[in-house]
Structure formats: structure tokens, C-alpha cells
Design a protein around this ligand. Structure first.
Ligand code: GDP
Ligand code: ADP
Length: 295
């Protein structure tokens, strides 16, 4: 017979409280969107999001004092002790409706992050992934071979030439291009559209040719150019990464010159001196674009 272990139960309770506090902090800081937290709570009622009491959740949103929370609970017909994950279908619909009303002008946007090889697009995108989970990332398909540490389906979907041909023929790509005169890369249309339809902005980390195609088909996409602090620093990062041969590096640096010259085509340039700084700037641009009604 296994005896209950009160110490372990106590530790689990402390952990759970910490996890809920982290969700509230992220909401307050605007690092997580209210919709994102609510949807997660409804997907998984036992997650920290799901275990949040509704007044705690509402109270963590910008501009929501205790008085407004109390009034809102009455309007939405939700009892004070209810947990977010425990809301019924009708109550969820009411919360969704309220969230849409609070900020009706917020529009999900397609965001392109482009820039020369080794400027740090992957590193900055990874920082955004880890610190700002409300922004979705598209996973591209590519015919290039995986680098050490790259995971199929996470960094890229690694596909054969024949599979890429099939995807092109069946119009599965929103855009695609042959990059550095070598491998083909493409953005899957269906997952991007699904994220936008669900109200989430999507970050695409793609090359200049792809950025131009996106501008054509999505005129309101936001195009961000990630630039190096200097040419020498760009070369240092490429060499330092150590993932290409000498001839491959030269080929990439040739493309980099063309890409650097294309900066005026972009909506903004962000200089990647410090990764955290650059990532924050990317997210700020996304939030500003979401809030722009386009009127
Ligand atoms: N057009 C397009 N370019 C992509 C896509 N995915 C990645 N790329 C670009 O392909 C280029 C090569 O990427 P990669 O092989 O990871 O090498 P890196 O740029 O040196 O890190 C980069 O400029 C990427 O931004 C895509 O889906 N479409
Ligand atoms: N702000 C930065 N300062 C110093 N090194 C950086 C910075 N951003 C990225 N790097 C480094 O530069 C190299 C290239 O970055 P990576 O993200 O692979 O570039 P990209 O995806 O644009 O080709 C990596 O070794 C990465 O660790």
C-alpha cells in the first residue's frame, strides 16, 4: 500500500501556485495575450491557466481594478469562485465576446522577419518563441539537410525534392523560393491561415524573395528587416556559427550583399546588436501592427 506523502503534496501545491503566479505576471506585462491564456485554459483545464480563478485572471488584465472585475463577473454570469478552466460553453462564449469587444481593432497580422544569412534571424525568432508565446511561428518546409541539433517539424520540415515538387504542384505553399541558388524553402499555407483565422499573428522567418511574394499576396503583412551592426560582425557571426564550408560561406555572403541593399523595401529595420533587445523590438512592432485598425 502506498501511503500519502504530505511533503510531496505540499511541494506540488507550492509549484502549482508559482505556475499560476507566472501566468498572471505574463498577462500583466503583456507578454501573453488574454485570449491565448483563456484558450489554453479551455484546452487543458488542469493547466496553470485552467486552474486560475476567473477574478484572478480578469484582475491581471490591463485596466481591470477589483470594482470592474466584480461588475464584469455579474454581467457575464460567472460565480466568483469559478476557475477559468471550469467555465461552461455559454460562459466561454461570453468571455470570448467580451475579449473581442475590449479591443475590437486588434487584428492578427502576418509578420515577415528577413535579413542576411547569419544576422541572427533564427536566434531572435527563438527568443521570441521562448518569451512571447502568444506569437505563432510558421515551420517551413525545406529540401536542405538538417544541421546538427535541428529537429524535423520544429526548425523545419525536412522534405525530399520530390515531396517539395508535390507541395508546389498542389499549391500548398503561401510562398516558396530557391535560396542561395541551392535548396528550396516554402511556407505552408494551411497552418498560417489557421493561425490567422484563430486570431493569432504569425511570424515568418524567410528570405527576400519570399518576403516580396508575401507583400504581393498579403498587402497588410508587416515586413521587418533584421540588420547586422556591421558587415564585419556579420562575417564573424557566419564564421563563428561554423555550419558552412568556406565556399558555402562565400555564396551566402554574395546573397547577403543583395539582401542588405533591399532594406528600403521593408517597413522597418531592426539592428541585431543584442538578441533580447532585437526580439523585444520585433514584438513591439507586432503589437503595434495588431492595434492598427488599418483605417
Ligand atoms: N522564401 C523562404 N525562405 C525561407 C523559408 N524558410 C527559411 N528561409 C530562408 O532561407 C535562408 C536559409 O536558411 P537556413 O538554411 O536556415 O540558413 P541561414 O539563413 O544561414 O540560417 C534564410 O534566409 C531563411 O530566412 C521559407 O519558408 N521561405
Ligand atoms: N546579437 C547577437 N550577438 C552576437 N551573436 C549573435 C547575435 N545574434 C545571433 N548571433 C550568433 O550569430 C550566429 C548566426 O545566427 P543565426 O540565428 O543562425 O542566423 P540566421 O538565422 O540569420 O542565419 C549564431 O552563431 C548566433 O549565435
Amino acid at each position: 500500500m502506498t501511503l500519502p506523502d504530505p511533503a510531496a503534496a505540499g511541494r506540488a501545491a507550492v509549484e502549482a501556485r508559482r505556475a499560476r503566479a507566472a501566468v498572471k505576471r505574463a498577462l500583466r506585462a503583456g507578454q501573453r495575450g488574454p485570449r491565448d491564456v483563456a484558450e489554453r485554459a479551455w484546452q487543458e483545464p488542469e493547466s496553470p491557466e485552467g486552474r486560475l480563478r476567473v477574478p484572478e485572471y480578469l484582475g491581471a488584465l490591463r485596466g481591470m481594478g477589483p470594482k470592474r472585475v466584480e461588475q464584469l463577473l455579474a454581467t457575464l454570469g460567472i460565480a466568483e469562485g469559478k476557475r477559468l478552466g471550469g467555465l461552461g460553453g455559454l460562459q466561454r462564449e461570453r468571455v470570448r465576446g467580451w475579449l473581442a469587444d475590449v479591443d475590437p481593432s486588434r487584428r492578427p497580422r502576418l509578420i515577415v522577419l528577413a535579413g542576411p544569412t547569419a544576422v541572427g534571424k533564427g536566434t531572435v525568432a527563438q527568443y521570441v518563441r521562448e518569451h512571447f508565446p502568444q506569437i505563432r511561428h510558421s515551420v517551413s518546409a525545406t529540401t536542405r539537410a538538417p544541421r546538427p541539433g535541428e529537429i524535423d517539424g520544429v526548425h523545419y520540415s525536412f522534405v525530399s525534392d520530390a515531396e517539395f515538387d508535390r507541395m508546389v504542384d498542389e499549391r500548398e505553399f503561401l510562398e516558396w523560393a530557391t535560396v542561395h541558388n541551392q535548396s528550396r524553402y516554402g511556407t505552408p499555407r494551411s497552418s498560417v491561415q489557421a493561425a490567422l483565422d484563430a486570431g493569432d499573428s504569425v511570424l515568418l522567418e524567410i528570405d527576400l524573395q519570399g518576403a516580396r511574394q508575401v507583400r504581393e499576396s498579403f498587402p497588410d503583412a508587416v515586413l521587418l528587416f533584421l540588420a547586422p551592426p556591421s558587415w564585419d560582425e556579420l562575417v564573424r557571426r557566419l564564421v563563428g556559427r561554423g555550419t558552412e564550408t568556406e565556399s558555402e560561406r562565400e555564396r551566402r555572403l554574395e546573397t547577403a550583399k543583395v539582401e542588405l541593399a533591399s532594406q528600403p523595401e521593408f517597413d522597418a529595420t531592426i539592428v541585431n546588436t543584442d538578441v533580447a533587445e532585437a526580439a523585444r523590438e520585433v514584438v513591439e512592432r507586432i503589437l503595434t501592427a495588431e492595434a492598427d485598425s488599418g483605417a
